[in-house]
Design a protein around this ligand. Structure first.
Ligand SMILES: Cc1cc2nc3c(=O)[nH]c(=O)nc-3n(C[C@H](O)[C@H](O)[C@H](O)COP(=O)(O)OP(=O)(O)OC[C@H]3O[C@@H](n4cnc5c(N)ncnc54)[C@H](O)[C@@H]3O)c2cc1C
Length: 346
């Protein structure tokens, strides 16, 4: 199956997009022919980096005035209308999930977002994705080509791009940054809806505003997670201190983040960070599927919960059925005493 990868080189997340799609292609498109990778970018400065990390030998760089879905879609539509690409692969970020269905609509194809597995059948592409808050795997058959899919966040392990110095990359470039039409679309605002091209626009313009620095949870070796059962912000603050004493990073479940007891960049689960620590201790977390997905790659999961029937008790490697405060206070005391005695093994 001839497939094309589309990446957003205007974003700081370019490398993780490229490695995510590369991992997916290695897992599910081994026998397929990669046509090319199309990379939209906004500055020539990053060109060598983008080319070096393109997942395919053939790369098409398209320079834009700035990241804007309308310009990308119009460019893809023009370039690709006559191509016989069967599958367009987008990463699982916000941009990929917006662009894939909109491109399918424009090219008369079919689309699915948050796909975690694909297989080819005679006249269709069978795609799998998690539904009902990850409780079920659903199978969808896409029948209209081109198939445009975006990936599910964290569904396959990222695969770094192999650097093959002796293989020359085939690179073509298009610069539309100064073309009048690309700037016309840019100047459009929601009150001018008369022209057909403008009337079909969804999101006309947006910018990413970086609010919080990364929390370090993605790469932490040791994580302590606070769940709703801790009951108040002051207790989350106390767990933050305990995490510091244990040499761990603090993470939280969604109710804790949504109650503003901790910043959103501490949220673990499908809506937040997918962690893969050596040790993960959960305190007063029930272990709902949407949360558990964010910690299931941990080497060792230790759950503290007063409810023996909570899902996390079955899903953990070690379960302590007790009050989380009592258990953690004792753990800190044991570690502090051991440290005072010069024992660093804990
Ligand atoms: C589309 C979607 C996406 C979602 N994404 C996420 C996500 O990314 N991350 C996420 O976390 N959730 C997510 N959720 C919500 C998720 O389904 C759960 O509602 C949530 O994870 C529950 O959080 P919790 O375990 O902290 O709270 P609860 O389910 O309320 O569990 C609290 C636990 O604390 C225990 N407890 C109470 N007191 C104590 C005590 N003193 N000592 C020890 N244990 C105690 C209780 O027995 C209970 O098991 C998502 C939901 C949807 C629909």
């Amino acid at each position: 199956m001839k497939h094309t990868i589309v990446l957003n080189g205007c974003s700081e997340t370019f490398l993780s997009q490229a490695e995510e799609v590369n991992g997916f292609a290695a897992a599910y498109l081994k026998d397929s022919r990669a046509d090319k990778t199309i990379i939209f970018h906004c500055t020539d400065r990053h060109k060598p980096f983008l080319i070096a990390n393109s997942p395919t030998p053939s790369t098409q760089l398209i320079r834009l005035p700035r990241y804007q879905p309308e310009i990308i879609l119009r460019t893809l539509e023009q370039l690709e209308a006559s191509s016989n690409t069967e599958l367009y692969l987008f990463p699982g970020d916000f941009a990929g999930s917006e662009l894939s269905p909109r491109l399918a609509y424009r090219l008369g194809g079919s689309s699915l977002i948050a796909v975690n597995k694909i297989s080819r059948t005679e006249n269709a592409l069978t795609c799998h994705k998690a539904v009902y808050s990850n409780y079920m795997q659903a199978e969808f058959k896409l029948s209209e080509r081109p198939y445009c899919i975006s990936l599910a966040k964290g569904s396959t392990d990222p695969l770094p791009i192999a650097v093959e110095n002796d293989v020359e990359k085939d690179v073509s470039e298009i610069d539309i940054a100064n073309q009048e039409w690309s700037n016309t679309v840019l100047s459009f605002k929601g009150d001018q809806k008369s022209e057909p091209e403008k009337a079909c626009a969804h999101i006309v313009d947006y910018e990413f505003v970086k609010k919080e620095a990364a929390s370090g949870l993605e790469n932490a070796n040791y994580i302590l997670v606070a769940g709703r059962g801790v009951k108040m912000k002051e207790k989350v603050d106390k767990l933050h201190t305990i995490a510091g004493q244990l040499g761990a990073e603090l993470g939280v479940s969604r109710p804790v983040a949504m109650s503003a007891w901790a910043p959103l960049n501490k949220l673990i689960g499908v809506s937040g960070i997918m962690a893969k620590p050596q040790i993960c201790i959960t305190a007063a977390v029930s272990g709902a599927a949407a949360f558990y997905t964010g910690i299931e790659k941990s080497k060792l999961i230790i759950a503290i919960n007063t409810d023996r029937g909570a899902p996390i008790i079955r899903a953990s490697d070690l379960a302590i059925v007790d009050d989380y405060e009592k258990v953690l206070d004792e753990l800190v005391q044991i570690i502090t005493e051991a440290q005072c005695k010069g024992d660093t093994s804990l």
